[in-house]
Ligand binder design. Sequence first.
Ligand SMILES: [Ca+2]
Ligand SMILES: [Ca+2]
Length: 197
Amino acid sequence: MTRGCCGILPHSTQQRRSTNCMKKVGFTLIELLIVIAILGILSVVVFTSLQSAREGARSAAAVQQLQKIYDAIRFQHIDTGLYPNNLTYLCEPLDEISSTNEFRISDPSTGLVTNGRGWAGWGGPYMATIPLDPWGNEYYFDDDYRCLAETLGCNGVEDPSGRLNSSAIVSCGPNGVVSSGSCSYDADNIVFVLCRR
Ligand SMILES: [Ca+2]
Ligand SMILES: [Ca+2]
C-alpha cells in the first residue's frame, strides 16, 4: 500500500490511478483558467455597462439643466425685453450675427444671476447660480451653432455646411472641447436649440 494523489492505493493499481489523477488535476486547471477568463469577460461587460449608464445619466442631467437655463432666459425676456448679452432676438438676422455673441452662460452679461447691464425691469435672479455641466465644464450660448445629425438635441438635423445655423445653448459634452468661444462642433455635444434659421 502506498499513498497516491487520490488516497492510499494498492501498489498494483497505484501507477494506473496516478495517471488518472494527473489527468484530473490537469482538467481542473483548465477549468480554473476558463472560469478566470469568463470572470474577466464578465467584469469588462459590467464595467462597460456601468460606464454607459453613467454617461447616459450625465447626458440626461445636462438636458434638464439646459431646459432650466432656457426657462430662466424666457423669464428674463418677459421682464426686460432682452436676452442674454443684450440680444434683442434669440434668433438674430444672419447679418447681425457676431462672434462676440458666443459666450459663457455664466458670464455676468447674461443677466441671469445679477443685473450686470443695469436693465430696466430686471426682476432676477432668474437662477440662483449658473451650474457647470455634469462633466464640470461651462455651458455656452452660440448664435450660429452648426448641428451634427448625431448630436443630442439637434434632432437629426445635420448642418456641416453652416447654411442652416442654429441659435443654441450648449454643453460641450464628455470631451469638453471648446473652440472660438463656444463648444467645438463635435458629436458628443448636448444642444438645446433656441431657433433654427
Ligand atoms: Ca458658433
Ligand atoms: Ca464636445
